[in-house]
Design a protein around this ligand. Sequence first.
Ligand code: 9D3
Length: 232
Amino acid sequence: MIFHVLTIFPEFFEGPFAHGVVKRAKDAGILDIRIHNLRDWTFDRHKSVDDRPFGGGEGMVMKPEPLFLAVESIWPERTPRQKAILLSAQGRMFDQAMANGLSREAELLLICGRYEGVDERVAEHLADGEISIGNYVLSGGELAAAVVIDAVARLLPGVLGNEASAAFDSFQESGHGEGLLDCPHWTRPADFRGWKAPEVLLNGNHEEIRKFRKRLALEKTARLRPDLVRRP
Ligand code: 9D3
């Protein structure tokens, strides 16, 4: 899969993809991440990517032209499996189901907004969708783009040794049941500063362990994420 990122801060992406699962997937040739500097599509002396908002008001707005020229030069013959996504605070909230959907595309282009916003014609006539990663204010789309790429990359066949990518359809792959949080985990030592790992996990009774984990997953979900516990 090919990811493109369109940004005024290309150096931002030197870190996020240089480690762990995403780096291994890149090295294995499963994914290719291409960072594009939006200022390469500006032609004035100051390489302007923003301008004042029509109607007045605070802040600056990203101009449409460099964004359109960039996408049109990256994809001179755009196909339906080449999806451009605008990262914006007004977008649909990103979740695991969206990550699954995006992982089935051939090529994604993530447009990172900055300043007070992006000219609306980008959302209307250039991007296929508009994604937010949560209800808090970021200073731009770059962190959000890195989040989306990480979540999508780990779903690609071969990345985690997951050949059957269709099996990864639920939020959290814990196996405790659809939509529950994962159960808590412990490792050695069995007694750390007097805090003990649950005895049942040490005794090798796998049926008992399975039930115990399921119960803890349910309890923890009810306590931390009551919104995930459906009551009929
Ligand atoms: C006065 C209203 N502005 C907040 C100070 C609106 C605003 C403009 C620009 C809010 C955020 C941004 C920049 N944010 C993003 O580009 C962004 C974002 C986010 O802020 N939260 C969650 N997901 C995303 S994806 C892109």
